[in-house]
Structures are given as structure tokens and as C-alpha cells.
Design a protein around this ligand. Structure first.
Ligand code: SF4
Length: 392
């Protein structure tokens, strides 16, 4: 089982839709690359930041006129790796093109070492409403294996800074790290809860091709935890977090009432959104476009007057509907069958056929009250279901 959220996976649709009310900005800078990470980023290349800012401004100019948004998300990389001055410039550029609507949500991903008493007020003053801290663990040995550059104390201090600036706090944690035992994971959960975050995201460690973790695993240097251990950790997280009144609203995400990540909900409910920066994928009018993943190629192309787009696709209506099912089922409330039919023109039982009945019979899915959703058994193995639904 892999319980993992994939930021690069994006839904698509071929119906003409409303103008997007959400935008994603990819900030591809980190001080170094953690061994398990395969996101689009450059490590220790701060010399590129000025050119990146120029490129973002040029890419946004292509919008023609400002587009008001309800949700804005700076992800990475590590957006807070930018100095206060560079972050200020990025805010000015982005907010000129994506002005925030009243009552909007503005999220920024952060590394614990970057957040200080001086830095967080800058975020709040620009309109940031929530900060998502990549804590991953509070355990020194686990942080060392993950090649993180921070300590538990850094996370605690960063969370205090976010709180003092009156922004919502989200904490990301990773489980299933080689050698990890359930008591280490339970300690991570209680340490995170002690910071009283409004939102918690948990991810099972995956060994992605192209990462140093992948090669080290092949060489036997990083023996993965067993599936049973991973399941035990996932179940423990669900019990602990729901016991503290966090709503388990998506496979990997938990929130206090009123604090779901509205931006990510746009992805899972297949809404349109803009995206800029290296490797960023946007979804507008049923077309998904993805920018060049390499930061240097992205910058070069834009500064030379070329398009940053590396791929463009428009799925068939059936393929789009299948994707909507997979993304929709990640949300625990599932998919309303009637609304799905009105939106896509497809009946789910006809579209999925035997694949649907197989998972209903195995009690991994339920279909009652006009809603298709994961069962608690299906939640634990959801990644095994999706390939059956994506294949025609
Ligand atoms: S800090 Fe985050 S984005 Fe940067 S290399 Fe580590 S895991 Fe990847």
C-alpha cells in the first residue's frame, strides 16, 4: 500500500468551464534536495532567483489582464527559501495578476528553518492565510534518514511564529520511513497535535524513480517497512487525529471544521485553475498544460521569448470522467452519482463496468444513498483501486 498524495497529478475535463478562481505558483528553490524528493526544483541555485522572478512576471503577463482568485497556493520546492526581499517581489508580481477575492485562502508551503519572527509577518501582511510546514517528523533519527535540515525545536518555533502572525497552521508528516517503529510514528502525531494545527497531512514514504532513495533501496541500503507496518501507522494516524476531532476529509488530509484546504479541494473536485512556474500544470477550458520541469529550461525559454509549455492535452470525455472518479473518490464524502452524470454525461456503473463491481464485491467501495465512496477497508488500499478505473 502506498498512501501518498501526488502534487503532480492533476485532473482534467474536456468540457468548457468557468474561468478559474484558483491559482498555483511553483517556487522551485531549496537549500538542498532531500533523498526521497522528486519534485521540480533546483538545490543551492539562489543565483537563479532574479531570473525566475522575471520569468514568472513574463509568464503572468500572458494572462492579458488580472484574474481575481478565491484560492492561491505557493508550493515548491520551498517558497520560504526565498529571502524576505525576493518573497516581497514575488508577492507584488503575483498579486498584481491574481488579486485575492474577499474571504480568499492564500497558502504558502514552508520549511521550519525559514520561518522567523521577522519573516512570518511579511507573509501575513501580503494576505497569506495559511502556512503549511513541511515538518515530516519530530524524531532526530527519522529526520536524519529523510535528510531533513531541521530539528524538532525548529518546527515548534516555526509553528509559534505562524500562530503569532494569526495564520492557519498545517503540518505535513511522513510515515513508513526505513527502520521506523509504530511508537516513533505515534510520537510524531502527538508532537504535531501539541502545536494545535488546524490541518494535518500525512504521507507514506514512497521511493520514486530518479531519487537517491530509489537507488539506495535497490542496493538494499534502505529496507522499506512492511505493508503491515505501514497500514498500522496509517490506521493509528486516523484513530489519533479523528480522536482529536480532525475530520478525515481526504485520503491523506485531516482538518478541523472549516479548515480544509480549499485550494486542494478545487483539484479533487475537478475545477479549473491557473498555474505558473517550472513544472506547473494548469487546467483551463478542459485543456491541461504543463510547463517545462527544468527550472533552467523554463527560465531560458521565457527570457528568450518562447513558450514555457512542455505538454498540452485534452482528454476524451470518457477518460476525463474516469479521472474525475479517481480524484473524487480520494475525498471521503465520495461522489454524488446524479451530479456526476449531469456534469459528465456518464453513469458510473456503465463507465466502469466490471471494475466497479469487483471493488464493490470486495467491500472496498460502497454505493448507497446515491453516493459512491471508499469504505474504511478501501481507504487503506485505495492506491490499488485507481489503476482499474483509469484503464478503459
Ligand atoms: S525541502 Fe521539500 S521540496 Fe525541498 S528537496 Fe526537501 S522534500 Fe523536496
Amino acid at each position: 500500500m502506498a498512501v501518498h498524495s501526488d502534487r503532480s497529478s492533476v485532473p482534467t475535463n474536456n468540457c468548457k468551464q468557468q474561468q478559474p478562481r484558483s491559482a498555483y505558483v511553483h517556487v522551485p528553490f531549496c537549500s538542498r534536495r532531500c533523498g526521497y524528493c522528486n519534485f521540480s526544483l533546483v538545490a543551492n541555485r539562489d543565483d537563479l532567483i532574479d531570473h525566475y522572478l522575471q520569468a514568472i512576471e513574463i509568464e503572468l503577463t500572458g494572462l492579458g489582464y488580472p484574474r481575481e482568485v478565491d484560492t492561491l497556493f505557493f508550493g515548491g520546492g520551498t517558497p520560504t527559501h526565498l529571502s524576505a526581499n525576493a518573497m516581497q517581489q514575488l508577492f507584488e508580481i503575483v498579486l498584481r495578476w491574481f488579486p485575492l477575492a474577499t474571504d480568499s485562502e492564500f497558502s504558502v508551503e514552508a520549511n521550519p528553518t525559514n520561518l522567523s519572527e521577522d519573516y512570518t509577518p511579511l507573509l501575513a501582511a501580503a494576505g497569506v492565510t495559511r502556512v503549511s510546514i513541511g515538518a515530516q517528523s519530530f524524531d532526530p533519527q527519522k529526520l536524519k534518514i529523510l535528510e531533513r535540515d531541521h530539528t524538532a525545536r525548529d518546527i515548534i518555533e516555526a509553528a509559534e511564529c505562524v500562530r503569532r502572525s494569526n495564520m492557519d497552521l498545517s503540518i505535513d508528516l511522513i510515515f513508513g520511513v526505513p527502520g521506523e517503529q509504530i511508537n516513533t510514528w505515534d510520537h510524531d502525531l502527538t508532537s504535531a497535535l501539541a502545536l494545535e494545527p488546524n490541518h494535518v497531512s500525512i504521507y507514506g514514504l514512497t521511493f520514486e524513480k530518479g531519487t537517491t532513495f530509489y537507488s539506495r533501496q535497490l542496493r538494499g541500503e534502505l529496507p522499506p517497512v512492511t505493508e503491515d507496518q505501514e497500514l498500522e501507522m496509517y490506521i493509528s494516524a486516523i484513530e489519533t487525529l479523528t480522536g482529536f476531532l480532525y475530520e478525515h476529509y481526504e485520503v491523506s488530509n485531516f482538518a478541523h471544521k472549516g479548515h480544509r484546504c480549499r485550494h486542494n479541494e478545487r483539484y479533487w473536485t475537478h475545477k479549473n485553475y491557473y498555474a505558473v512556474g517550472p513544472g506547473a500544470s494548469r487546467f483551463v477550458d478542459g485543456v491541461r498544460e504543463t510547463n517545462h520541469r527544468s527550472t533552467t529550461t523554463y527560465i531560458k525559454r521565457i527570457l528568450n521569448g518562447n513558450s514555457p509549455v512542455a505538454s498540452r492535452e485534452q482528454l476524451s470525455p470518457a477518460a476525463s470522467a474516469r479521472e474525475q472518479i479517481v480524484f473524487g473518490l480520494r475525498r471521503l464524502e465520495g461522489i454524488p452519482l446524479k451530479a456526476f452524470h449531469s456534469k459528465t454525461g456518464f453513469e458510473i456503473p456503465e463507465l466502469l463496468g466490471a471494475a466497479l463491481w469487483k471493488h464493490l464485491d470486495a467491500n472496498l467501495l460502497s454505493m448507497d444513498g446515491g453516493q459512491l465512496r471508499l469504505t474504511s477497508k478501501g481507504l487503506l488500499v485505495s492506491d490499488c483501486i485507481w489503476p482499474d478505473f483509469l484503464t478503459e
